[in-house]
Write a protein that binds this ligand. Structure first.
Ligand code: COA
Length: 189
């Protein structure tokens, strides 16, 4: 059973090795590998509207954040970032988090979700986001310097969410940063 709930400061401490490894790999996120712990915590836990963890009986599986992608006339579009701990990959954690994030975005009044720079060589992510309804709406040629592949393209991916009903019950959210949602997923892998 994958449980998704609000991230605490202690959770970020447990998540840091994954965050640090993902950023340090320079294969998926356009973040400075030299980011300090405090800068990472601010970016992932403090600045977003919501920051959540996925866990299974106390084992941290991954984390995601939700925030507005832009301000003013663009603030109805949300943005998320997802990371799954290496040992938990291929078990449907990212799928569960992305599905959860879309419901939470609707609850927060967002009408759409945009991923600004999905690295095109990140095949698992691109395929998963497409399966979950995101369209590739743009390609940024050679916008990412991949640690192993050199300059690769980034994809802008977008999903209009407002055709989905807002999920009221069971509550995804009780107060800010207090998530109660359980997503049952049984995976053979
Ligand atoms: C990308 C990432 C989030 C995926 O997490 P995950 O929990 O392993 O993903 P899931 O198990 O939910 O789903 C993986 C899906 O991709 C599919 N997949 C795996 N490798 C694939 C590949 N090379 N090509 C196409 N599909 C692939 C799986 O079959 C699965 O599809 P399904 O749900 O239809 O069975 C994870 O690898 C990660 O954290 N990577 C580093 C950070 C990152 O890339 N974040 C996303 C930035 S856009």
């Amino acid at each position: 059973m994958i449980t998704i709930r609000s991230m605490t400061v202690e959770d970020f401490e447990r998540f840091w090795p994954t965050f640090h490894a993902v950023v340090g790999a320079r294969e998926t996120y356009a973040l400075d590998p030299a980011l300090t712990y405090e800068q990472g915590r601010q970016l992932w836990l403090e600045l977003p509207l919501h920051s959540l963890v996925a866990e299974d009986r106390g084992e941290l599986l991954g984390a995601y954040y939700l925030k507005a992608n832009a301000a003013g006339p663009g603030k109805h579009v949300s943005n998320c970032g997802y990371m799954v701990c290496e040992a938990a990959r291929g078990r449907g954690v990212a799928r569960a988090m992305c599905e959860h994030s879309q419901k939470l975005a609707r609850q927060e009044g967002f009408l759409a979700m945009q991923f600004n720079a999905v690295v095109a060589s990140n095949e698992a992510a691109v395929a998963l986001w497409q399966k979950l309804g995101f369209e590739i709406v743009g390609r940024l040629p050679k916008a990412y310097r991949h640690a192993r592949l050199g300059l690769v393209d980034c994809l802008v991916m977008y999903k209009w969410l407002a055709d989905e009903p807002v999920v009221e019950k069971p509550p995804l959210l009780i107060g800010r940063k207090n998530i109660e949602a359980r997503v049952s997923r049984r995976r053979g892998r």
